[in-house]
Design a protein around this ligand. Structure first.
Ligand code: HDE
Length: 700
């Protein structure tokens, strides 16, 4: 599906849809050229506007109707095109050819999103992230509409409107925007204990991804893979980011929301533009049908995982995003995902959340995109040929030929004809179903706490600290004491230690807790994410007149060579003059950026420059804040003085040679940055954050 130049069938198709008004004369929608688009047609210079000004009316009408309803959830998002390649064929399990044929490069469009906020809300809020992938396969479109957390808040789709109403801004005053820290969400939680496993994920750092490129994705539900002869295997889908799973911290995300509300969106866009293509590995957990009841959780319950230690995640393919959309509205806003978009070889399970979603997504698109013809929109259109008897409707863009639009027909040769399985037709898995019609949750869905405990048990100390702080923050914003107490009762069933620590922050007592199990799943902890790479990590190099230009250049080159993105910041844009009279280009003025927008901070030597920086509150703040957020901080020679000025008092600095004290990397000698300094600083950046510091005493 890819040409010799790597272009996919979807790229070719999109090329035909593009219009480019550049270089053209301005016309009306009817193609009539316009002589003036600045002044409306009036009866006299100071007279009333005339009805006959068709250009004015058309221009204003079109403008008035530019908006379509934003998604009721996942309104805020960013998307990109790319491709998927299978590396370890799943031929024994499915007939889906994009999962079997290693010679195929299947085009994809991926949309990442937050859930609760409006379309214009900030990217960095505490929330789940959507991870929706549309595969344009040769056999039709397959949508894997997942999240960056492997479980969900509720077990049955009928509770979704309740949950979403509870988490969205409160209806009387539409406050707070894109935030879960308010009474209605926690009221729902305290009354609906099935939320507890997901609430643990939501209060963890997973809800604050450093980048869309650094988060996992999960299909959440159990699906089925089906072979040509009708044999099914349960499957759970996993996306693992090549760069590892990394997060921001709460103080940081709050600040970034103001400094750069587009932080995650910009990051995705910039990296693709720069050719640093984001990449994920697709993995599957496979469970034979006969093992459906072999686990202590029900595979149909979307509030549960199967720990990777019990059923390993088998890597099967890779996803690469290599092209930004050309028009946000046409592509990212109009893309329409639907769980029911499956291809032969992929089928559903009876997960009641999944079943409800099968209804909801199509229903949503009909109102949001105005009728049944949204699959004709360029971003939604399959590369597989489409032929059927569906006709007419709003926004029909196809001109169907022929006399017949019904089946069976004799006038039109009986075409289009159905294919049958040998011809590649979708055949539903023949699951035997037998039961009374009842409204009743399965007994096997009843345990709401064991996996919340598993999650807590699996966390590193610093992850637990962040979870406790998150619960304290969120419940601290809840105004009704009975809601806080209700949640604490749940927490005491997750883990006594968790409940006690949260209660302490709320100035109250935790209810007595029951003994809990001690199992853990190391795969759940971000502490175990790969930490070797500094590709695309942003480093702020603080400079001033008198900076040591030689060492600055050495570190910058070394970091860039490893794929990092170092930027020189100074009090003003333009250039500063190095200690030896060199001109050092400044990438950005310090005041236009902020420490929270970088992964690390470096202070080169140079007595005069460091003197200037130490008396600049903003420069001091850059260092102190980076330190407080656990980031790598580097200093060469006199640069160490800025670190002390920033209050990094319990840090051991190098007197000579190079020293790394919990991610603070210093070189004693003035002069050029040593090889040792560069590689030690790079490792400190790759470690992402350093949580073994005592950051409380540092003001920032
Ligand atoms: Fe969604 N969800 N959802 N959801 N969801 C939507 O569809 C819904 C659920 C997810 O980038 C809506 O086109 C119901 C789980 C993503 O365009 C809507 C239920 C998971 C996206 C809808 C769920 C998701 C959506 C809103 C409970 C993770 C964004 C606009 C049964 C596995 C897709 C739209 C994009 C979007 C309904 C639960 C992921 C209203 C009823 C579980 C990533 O149809």
């Amino acid at each position: 599906m890819a040409g010799p130049d790597g272009r996919t069938a979807k790229d070719e198709q999109l090329d035909r849809d593009r219009v480019d008004p550049r270089g053209e004369n301005l016309t009306t929608d009817q193609g009539v050229r316009v002589d003036d688009t600045d002044n409306s047609l009036q009866a006299g210079e100071r007279g009333p506007t005339l009805m006959e000004d068709f250009h004015f009316r058309e221009k204003i009408t079109s403008f008035d109707q530019e908006r379509i309803p934003e998604r009721v959830v996942h309104a805020r998002g960013a998307g990109a095109y790319g491709y998927f390649e299978v590396t370890d064929p799943l031929t024994d399990f499915t007939r889906a050819d994009f999962l079997c044929d290693t010679s195929l490069r299947t085009p994809v469009f991926v949309r990442f999103s937050t859930v609760a906020g409006s379309r214009g809300s900030a990217d960095t809020v505490r929330d789940v992230r959507g991870f929706a992938v549309k595969f344009y396969t040769r056999e039709g479109n397959f949508d894997l509409v997942g999240n960056n957390m492997p479980v969900f808040f509720i077990q049955d789709a009928i509770k979704f409107p309740d949950f979403v109403h509870a988490v969205k801004p409160e209806p009387h005053n539409e406050i707070p925007q894109a935030a879960s820290a308010h009474d209605t969400l926690w009221d729902f939680v305290q009354l609906q204990p099935e939320t507890m496993h997901m609430m643990m994920w939501l209060m963890s750092d997973r809800a604050l991804p450093r980048s869309y490129r650094m988060m996992q994705g999960f299909g959440v539900h159990t699906f089925r893979l089906v072979t040509a002869d009708g044999r099914a295997t349960f499957v759970k889908f996993h996306w693992k980011p090549k760069l590892g799973t990394h997060s921001l911290v709460w103080d940081e995300v709050q600040k970034i929301a103001g400094k750069d509300a587009d932080f995650n969106r910009r990051d995705l866009w910039d990296c693709i533009e720069a050719g640093a293509y984001p990449e994920w590995e697709l993995g599957v957990q496979l469970v034979p049908e006969e093992d459906e009841f072999a686990y202590d959780v029900d595979l149909l319950d979307p509030t549960k995982i199967i720990p990777e230690e019990r059923v390993p995640v088998r890597p099967v393919g890779r996803l690469v995003l290599d092209r930004n959309p050309e028009n946000f509205f046409a592509e990212t806003e109009q893309v329409a995902f639907h769980l029911g978009n499956v291809v032969p070889g992929i089928d559903f399970s009876n997960d009641p959340l999944l079943q409800g979603r099968l209804f909801s997504y199509l229903d949503t698109q009909l109102i949001r995109l105005g009728g049944p013809n949204f699959p004709q929109l360029p971003v939604n259109r399959p590369v597989a040929p489409v032929a059927n008897n569906q006709r007419d409707g709003y926004h029909q863009t196809r001109v169907h030929r022929g006399e017949t639009s019904y089946a069976p027909n004799s006038i039109g040769n009986g075409e289009p004809t159905v294919a049958g399985p040998e011809g590649g037709a979708y055949v539903h898995y023949q699951e035997r179903v037998d039961g009374n019609k009842i409204r009743k949750r399965s007994e096997s869905f009843k345990d709401h706490f064991s996996q919340a405990t598993l999650f807590w048990n699996s966390m590193a100390d610093w992850e637990r600290e962040h979870i406790v702080a998150a619960f304290r923050f969120e419940l601290g914003k809840v105004t009704r004491p009975h809601i806080r107490e209700g949640v604490l009762r749940h927490l005491s069933q997750v883990h006594g230690d968790l409940a006690r620590r949260v209660a302490e922050g709320l100035g109250t007592e935790a209810p007595p807790s029951a003994p809990v199990h001690e199992e853990s799943s190391p795969a759940l902890s971000q502490a175990n994410a790969p930490r070797e790479d500094i590709a695309t990590r942003k480093v702020a190099i603080l400079a001033a007149d008198g900076s040591d230009a030689v060492s600055l250049r050495t570190v910058k080159q070394r970091l860039s060579a490893a794929g990092a993105l170092p930027e020189v910041l100074a009090a003003h844009a333009g250039t500063v003059t190095g200690a030896g009279g060199e001109s050092i280009p400044v990438d950005r003025a310090m005041s236009t950026m902020a420490s929270v927008l970088y992964d690390a901070v470096l202070v080169p030597g140079g007595d005069k420059a460091v003197d200037t920086l130490t008396s600049d509150g903003l420069a001091v703040h850059y260092v102190a804040e980076a330190y407080k957020h656990g980031k790598a901080v580097g200093a060469l020679g006199a640069g160490r003085l800025l670190l002390s000025a920033a209050g990094l008092r319990d840090v051991a600095y190098a007197e000579n040679g190079v020293r790394d004290d919990r991610g603070v990397v210093t070189q004693g000698e003035a002069g050029d940055a040593s090889e040792d300094f560069c590689s030690t600083f790079a490792s400190a950046i790759a470690a992402h954050r350093h949580w073994d510091r005592d950051v409380d005493a540092v003001p920032a």
